[in-house]
Design a protein around this ligand. Structure first.
Ligand code: EPU
Length: 290
């Protein structure tokens, strides 16, 4: 790998939860070929690999991660010329901070990414988990994604092949790393786009405990219901374990009060999961990557 290689690097500083033990080896490839090479090397040597984007939807164990942790830092945004209908393609590296893309699109007057406003993390992470809101997800504006297929080859998957569903994709299910994507955005009214971004951001700030380190929603919402509502109905808001707490602002968020361990978070997740199952017969599915 041409990029930096770090041995025993504590991963807490790479996650928004500020939780996680050391990586055996952390690498940051400099380009797509470099990344594909690292993955091929790991495969050939039977070394386990974990991919890390912005670290905003992951709970890294206190023991850390064995093998190779690959930080996908490939960033860059390339805007194409608009087509005759005014629609615009944009090719973006997986390591690009999602917020940067959202704001560039807004500044240029392209719509479609407003529901992604205020979502932390990188474009690659957002694609893999099909980030968004009820009103729209990033998968809806994807033309294609470039991935590293299990053989180590770079391949382009058209949107239909990505299998975007609620908070998931085929890349996630099959553990296929994303290195870049092409999105297509429609022209829109700059003021309306800016207003929508303000609305989504304000809603998050009002309803979510963003002042504390967290990983966003802990569980996916079950069909037709909200995990936050169910966990609150179990009376679990404010419950603490060690230095972690079920937020009393939003029950589907766990916050790090400072010095929380992955163990603390897992204990709270288990309590919430059991309680919702016993009380409502609903089996919650984690959204945070464990
Ligand atoms: N609710 C409660 N108690 C709570 C929290 C929520 O009763 O403690 C109720 C709310 O009153 C509301 C419903 O549950 O009626 C839904 O709550 P909210 O609007 O806050 O949204 P959510 O379903 O909890 C989803 C996404 C969030 C996204 C918000 C806003 C999932 C798992 N979560 O949360 O995404 O920010 O909508 O669009 O789909 C994430 O994926 O990490 C994430 C933060």
């Amino acid at each position: 790998v041409k990029g930096p290689v770090r041995i025993g690097e504590p991963l807490a500083r790479y996650t928004t939860f500020r939780i996680g033990g050391p990586a055996d080896v952390l690498v940051e490839p400099v380009d797509e070929e470099d990344l594909a090479r690292a993955l091929a090397w790991a495969r050939d040597h039977g070394v386990p690999v974990t991919l890390l984007g912005g670290g905003s939807n992951v709970l890294v164990p206190d023991e850390g991660l064995r093998g190779l942790v690959v930080r996908v830092g490939l960033d860059g945004i390339r805007w194409e010329d608009p087509d005759p209908q005014g629609r615009c393609g944009v090719v973006v590296g997986a390591g690009t901070v999602l917020a940067r893309l959202v704001h560039e699109a807004a500044r240029r007057g392209y719509q479609g990414l407003e529901p992604c406003a205020g979502i932390p993390g990188t474009v690659g992470g957002a694609l893999v988990m099909n980030a968004g809101t009820r009103d729209g997800t990033i998968g809806q504006v994807v033309d294609w994604v470039r991935v590293v297929e299990p053989g180590g080859r770079l391949a382009v998957w058209p949107r239909e092949r990505c299998g975007f569903t609620y908070r998931s994709s085929r890349m996630q299910v099959e553990g296929v790393p994303v290195v870049a994507a092409r999105l297509v955005l429609a022209p829109g009214d700059r003021q309306a786009i800016a207003a929508a971004i303000r609305r989504y951001t304000a809603y998050r700030q009002r309803t979510q405990p963003l002042r504390y380190p967290n990983c966003g929603s802990v569980f996916k919402n079950p069909p037709g219901d909200a995990s936050g509502r169910l966990i609150e109905a179990c009376g679990l808001k404010g419950l603490r374990h060690g230095r972690a707490q079920i937020s009393d602002q939003h029950a589907n968020f766990i916050i790090n009060l400072g010095g929380a361990t992955a163990e603390d978070v897992l204990a709270l997740m288990t309590t919430a999961w059991r309680c919702v199952r016993d009380r409502f017969g609903v089996v919650l599915e984690p959204e945070v990557r464990l």
